[in-house]
Ligand binder design. Structure first.
Ligand code: DQA
Length: 138
């Protein structure tokens, strides 16, 4: 089973960024925990602050990997391009958010990812990623 976690803009600052919303842990530390827990899964991680790089990665892995766990961060609410990329590939995408975006500002209630995602997991902190991985393992 080959899965990739793709994180969008500003998620490289986890641990430092608004810890009251996103927690104190860096994603690198959390990713090491996931790799330890899911030893039988080939788990990769990619982060970019650049929309085109996220689209490029979805295209690159989207015909061969078993699943994509995608937190497109702010691009969730704006990017027709990322939505179209997900539609274009065959690998299923689970949309993930750390925070419960529906409890937050109204612009975060819109997602260009949800209509083309296999499912959506949000509001469980970093555990949202873990739940998304489990959804691929069934
Ligand atoms: C986020 C929610 C987005 O609204 C925000 O822009 C982020 C992170 C989350 O994981 O809660 O950067 O995707």
């Amino acid at each position: 089973m080959k899965l990739i976690i793709i994180n969008g803009p500003n998620l490289n600052l986890l641990g430092k960024r608004e810890p009251e919303v996103y927690g104190n842990k860096t994603f690198e530390d959390y990713f090491a925990d996931l790799q330890f827990r899911y030893k039988d899964v080939q788990l990769e991680y990619f982060q970019s602050n650049i929309e085109g790089e996220l689209i490029g990665k979805i295209q690159e892995v989207g015909f061969s990997y078993d699943g994509i766990v995608l937190n497109a961060a702010a691009y969730t609410h704006t990017s027709v391009g990322i939505g179209d990329a997900i539609k274009a590939v065959t690998t299923p995408v689970v949309e993930v958010h750390i925070s419960n975006t529906h409890k937050r500002e109204e612009f975060r209630h819109v997602s260009y990812i949800s209509p083309v995602a296999k499912g959506v997991i949000l509001g469980f902190g970093l555990q949202s990623y873990d739940l998304a991985i489990q959804s691929f393992l069934k």
